[in-house]
Design a protein around this ligand. Structure first.
Ligand SMILES: Cc1ncc(COP(=O)(O)O)c(C=O)c1O
Length: 431
């Protein structure tokens, strides 16, 4: 199977986190989002242990909450003792409501409003990751007004496109995020930060992309960032004590993707990064990573009920289910690959080529195209694996379809972590 938390039981039903998916679907209804809590904890522990072993005891992961945001996930992060990265007041608010200590939060975003800045400072966010000079000045002004200081990382774009790195080293200089080194804007922003009275600059941040399967692009980014740190030290005397290399390690969505050993990749990353720091002649700063997808994606599975199976002779077949782009917009956005199972007859011969589509009034409402599965019938359950990241957090109410219920599963027990949205919920703010 794709991941070790997916299996088939003696009844031929798909199981997830040790539970019969069809029984959960019958009990809780569909669309249903299953989350394997034990798997999330295991993923976090792998990162934590590998980072501490290879980068030192003060190095730890932050959970990139954009991947999955609801109170339960922050409770897990809190219990596992990791930090978190947020990009909005909504994420910070949710974390705080779950009892997460915001001194362990890193506040991102390329456009923090004055209200965002005020909220972050008031609620004791540990570190602001400042994207640009406008934000830096606005933050400093607010800090002066409330007589506070704030730890800050500056978001730098190292000019790397991880997918075409060797050929196009300047791929993301034109990114909307951060300040590029190449144009001199990163240095200018650093000088500005150092000149401001209420800003405690502690280091730098970069994030080069997502779904990256090996350590090389991270090492290349780290190399550029370490050189930048050395350059800034030489020019200004400022020594960065933190280097946040962002998130981005890949996840296996389909059989053709590699099954990454994260501890191994972090080990390889650390070996080269430490060596480069030595060559460049700087002490290794505290390394921070911000994984999102690789902590939660394989802990998720979405279960749907089949409504219709339509074959258009000479063309194609569609299996329509009771969810779609409102709960998983990733195929519509990026043509993201997913593995689809007929959860009701997982052992049957996969001989039916089709597309799995949603119920929205939109031809692009596709969950996955060109799959081959056991031919389903109305009422059977379909399961889409590895939906823990960027599904629920990207979900919408398009066509007024309520967001699914989230079940957290741990040690063979399930509990409702997020209730199914109701029609009343959807009109709550309407006057
Ligand atoms: C700044 C930053 N950090 C971390 C992440 C998490 O990336 P991933 O989920 O690929 O690990 C992202 C994703 O977009 C990001 O923009």
């Amino acid at each position: 199977m794709l991941h070790k938390n997916i299996s088939i039981n003696k009844d031929g039903h798909l199981t997830f986190a040790g539970m019969d998916v069809t029984l959960l679907a019958e009990k809780y209804g569909t669309p249903l989002m299953l989350l394997d809590e034990d798997r999330i904890r295991e993923n976090i522990r792998v990162y934590k242990a590998a980072m501490a072993e290879h980068f030192g005891a003060d190095s730890f992961p932050l959970f990139a909450s954009k991947a999955l945001c609801f109170k339960g996930v922050y409770r897990i992060a809190k219990e596992e003792g990791i930090g978190m990265d947020a990009v909005s007041v909504g994420e910070l608010y949710t974390a705080e409501a779950a009892g997460f200590d915001l001194s362990k939060a890193y506040f991102h975003g390329n456009n923090k409003t004055d209200e965002d800045i005020a909220f972050g400072v008031k609620h004791g966010v540990g570190t602001f990751v400042v994207d640009n000079e406008d934000e830096l000045l606005a933050l400093d002004k607010h800090l002066a007004a409330v007589n506070k200081r704030q730890k800050v990382l500056l978001r730098i774009s190292p000019g790397i496109d991880p997918h075409t790195f060797k050929a196009v080293v300047t791929g993301s200089v034109d990114s909307k995020f951060g300040s590029p080194i190449q144009t001199g804007q990163a240095e200018a922003m650093t000088r500005l930060a150092l000149s401001l009275d209420n800003i405690d600059l502690v280091g730098f941040h970069c994030h080069i992309g997502s779904q990256i399967f090996d350590h090389e692009p991270f090492v290349d980014a780290a190399d550029i960032m370490l050189r930048f740190i050395a350059y800034i030290r030489e020019k200004t005397g400022f020594t960065a004590s933190v280097l946040n290399l962002g998130g981005g390690l890949g996840v296996r969505y389909v059989d053709s993707h590699p099954d990454i050993d994260y501890a191994e990749v972090i080990g390889e990353m650390a070996m080269v990064i430490k060596q480069r720091a030595q060559e460049i002649g700087i002490e290794l700063p505290r390394i921070v990573l911000e994984p999102g997808r690789s902590l939660v994606a394989d802990a998720g599975m979405t279960v749907y009920t089949v409504g219709s199976v339509k074959s258009i002779p000479g063309y194609k077949s569609y299996v329509s289910v009771d969810g779609g782009m409102p709960d998983n917009p990733r195929y519509a956005l990026y043509e993201s690959p997913y593995t689809v199972y007929n959860a009701s007859r997982a052992n049957a011969a996969a001989d039916f080529p089709c597309s799995l589509v949603g119920r929205c009034c939109e031809s692009g409402d596709i969950i996955q195209e060109n799959i081959v599965i056991p031919r389903p019938v109305r009422g059977e359950y379909m399961a889409v694996a590895v939906t823990g990241a960027y599904n629920y957090s990207m979900a919408s109410n398009y066509n007024r379809i309520p967001r699914p219920l989230i079940l957290l599963i741990s040690a063979g027990q399930e509990k409702v972590a997020v209730r199914r949205e109701s029609n009343e919920d959807m009109i709550r703010n309407e006057v």
